[in-house]
Design a protein around this ligand. Sequence first.
Ligand code: BES
Ligand code: MN
Ligand code: ZN
Length: 517
Amino acid sequence: MTALTLSTAAAPGLRADAIVIGVAKGAQGPVVAPGAEAVDKAYDGKLAGVLETLGASGAEGELTKLPAPAGFKAPLVVAVGLGAQPDGKDGEDGGAGYDAEALRKAAGVAARALAGSRKAAFALPVDSPGAIGAIGEGVLLGAYSFDAYKGDAQNGGNGRAGNGRAPLAEAALLGGKPRDAAHKGAVARAVAVCEELNRARDLINTPPNDLTPAAFAGIAQAAAKEHGIKVQVLDEKALVKGGYGGILGVGGGSAAAPRLVKLSYTHPKAEKHLAFVGKGITYDSGGISLKPAGHNETMKCDMSGAAAVFAAVVAAARLGLQVNVTGWLALAENMPSGSAVRPGDVLRMYSGKTVEVLNTDAEGRLVLGDALWAASQENPDAIVDVATLTGAMMLALGSRTFGVMANDDAFRSAVHEAAEEVGEPAWPMPLPEHLRKGMESSVADIANMGERMGGGLVAGLFLREFVGEGISWAHLDIAGPAFNEGGPFGYTPKGGTGTAVRTLVRLAELTAAGDLG
Ligand code: BES
Ligand code: MN
Ligand code: ZN
């Protein structure tokens, strides 16, 4: 990962491959953002005009390269768009009125464009530790690339195909104070969160022939050991013994057996306990209700919820948050075979409830039902599950926003707010009671499918049945934003995005601070 440093150096004397500056969209054309004063001065105060000549407007995502002025040690200036110029007042946690998300996105765009470079200096607007953290996150997340399967790494290659360039090696954040505890803390937080988030992306991008449930469990075990997290892995035998019928039913069709992983981070002074539950379908073929071609090519991403939960628990441990966090990874591969669950089968879930499986492609709710009930047995203060659960949620909210459902309005609002705060687009969705009727089964307590209309909400209602009495619970359906099938944007790469990691970490922080529930 890119190394972050704080630097008080002046831009002209900096030895770097490039200096990154911000340009905003002003009423009368592009405006050079604070932080780039020395660069502007070297252009005789005419940098905005130069940028305009080059076609820059300051729009979000825009990138303009120009030669550095005479006398600068760095050869290149990279001007990155910050979007609309703020109206003067200070933005929330951002720099000079620029909000944190604008800085995060701009830093991400620049870091990605600087792949192949050794060192870049970021001279973006900084007026708070929050701005430092946002720029740091943008750099670390934007510079990410997944190259493990490219090129000829085994024979001494770099693991990158032909023209692949290594991620930016070092980013110096100008305006940062290397001796300031708050600035150092902001960098340390960004590094801990983004390292884990990028690991979640790696897991999502890893092809499903390599990332089996057992392989994922092994990776979780190793990371837990490294960070002092207690870990328990239930293998197939233990799942049978415990009566985890949902996970076993879904995993039964695969040659790669399912697992349930429990990660327990505890703090000696913790007053609250959060449980995170993740859907970890390492590949979703649909099972006997097989998905048609065109719908299964990206289904390695169906473990994104478990990856997010894993990353968030490890990040909470690395940050030493004063809260207990338990992560549950419900890992299985959904495959058709002679031992696969059939439409018409009835499963006895861990909670004792019976489920008639009408569609084996509605498998996420089955593994989550078991994990939610397991999480409930510890009576945590709140449970949040994360799942690429329904195509219906994608139809409702598109590919960049996740849906938030809950059994508690105040908790749903708190989760939504936390998501917006960290720059993860989310939106509250209802759990209409009348939709429960569609899941009535003539042979079992409930069916795993209901009405097609409102399919995302139906799935949420199904999950609610497996949450223990009196526990606040929220469900994040990340089917849309989990996997980016389009080109990279902001600090979001192609492929696995790591969505929900930062929301979960923020929830843990808020709970530790006593600001949640
Ligand atoms: N993993 C899918 C949902 C999904 C679809 C995630 C597209 C990401 C992108 C889930 O297991 C699924 O297949 N859901 C079905 C449920 C239906 C059979 C009730 C769906 O949404 O079609
Ligand atoms: Mn499915
Ligand atoms: Zn699925």
